[in-house]
Ligand binder design. Sequence first.
Ligand code: SF4
Length: 473
Amino acid sequence: MNRLSFDIDPVIEGKARLTDAQALELHEKASLHDLGAWAHAVTQRLHPEPHRTYVIARNINYTNVCTAKCTFCAFRRDHGDTDAYTLDHEQIGAKIRELIAIGGTQVLMQGGMNDRLPIEYYEDLLRYIKTSFPAVHIHAFSPPEFVEFERFFGMDVRDILRRFRAAGLHTVPGGGGEIFAPRVRKRIGIGKCTGDDWLRVMRVAHEEGMSTSCTMLIGHIEFVRDRIEHLAALRDMQDYALGLRREGTEARRHEVENRWPGVFAKSLFVSTGNSQLTTGNYAAYIHWPFQRENTPLGRAKEWDPGIHGPFDDSTNEDILRGRVVRMAGADEYLRVLAVSRLYLDNIPSIQSSWVTMGPKIGQLAMYYGANDMGMVMMEENVVSAAGTSYNLDEREICRLIRDAGWIPAQRDQFYTILRLHIGPDSPDLRPPLVVPVRNVKQIDRQFIGTAPGLDDGGDRAVRIQLPLLGEAQ
Ligand code: SF4
């Protein structure tokens, strides 16, 4: 164990808060196993219940036309591209009907940022979903979309949020957070809003009483201190949101306003003085590593310490200018997860990112700070466009949670438990309707190697039954 320059116990017990410098020290010096143990202790303190949760949702990307050109994105298209699309109400309605058929409760709608869609497209769509599927929770439109809406519609985000909310919008997802640091953001999020604007949209959503989530994208051109600064902005803004209508929080709110002036430069808040009104806040945080396939940034050179020297605090021009990427694997993902759990003491839930990390690391994440398995997704288009194709159904998510030692529980967007899966009719305990069968020819060659008789490149494909996670193919 590396000795820390400070006592970690009060942090674990919730009696002290990590400073930015301490978070940096943890990230750089603590062993992964220590970090996991400390973060897990915090998770157990915050979530002592015997279950771990998930939500059944459908990710609907209503358009792939986008004015931004993020270099990590393989999803966006321009107007006129043969595979550019915008979904109409009926197409979206058909997807929601499929979601309801499997017990789903939530749609996550995010798009590209399509400058040819008027505000009526969004309002009509929200009203259509609200009227046709009143039980479905609408979690939609990330901060970068709202910032573009301000430009497209000539309105302030506060007015747009009020109109969308009246039309049916419930909560705002935290997509597009990436890394707030301008040096990084302007290189990877070309045409996308600044970090200040991302935080401003969420500030306004919270002031308007809406719940949101927050995100971070790691493993590209960012330094570790950029990650800590990103977490600091989230924790500060959560303090601001939680203190908004509470007595005795003025000094802390002023501290936050002074530290992040750009977040408060527009969309001013006029307090009504009514302490009965509720404010929103970040209900959950999630981070994931950059996926490189099919993306412009993915063509950048990979960091090689022998050639480029140290990454953080580098004087290497390629690193400073973002021409070299430092990818994050499972260990880095878990390290950042644990530091995030220890640092973000005011954000109640942290989701596992099994979509990018796969089922096993996604499961392990529950021992490194995650208390939630996120969404059982019927559809995922953005990450899969960048080469990641993990897809788990409810049965598999439940099995991962149970095997890790908790009772699986389906929740809604507000983390209210809808179903606690105890009995034999639990999704993972009832007999499967279809026994998983995989065609050997389709199994990753790395997994089976060149085992004679299985797949030696010939045409002797055989069907075998494997005890693997996955749907029948
Ligand atoms: S990540 Fe989102 S905002 Fe960026 S180019 Fe892709 S679709 Fe557009």
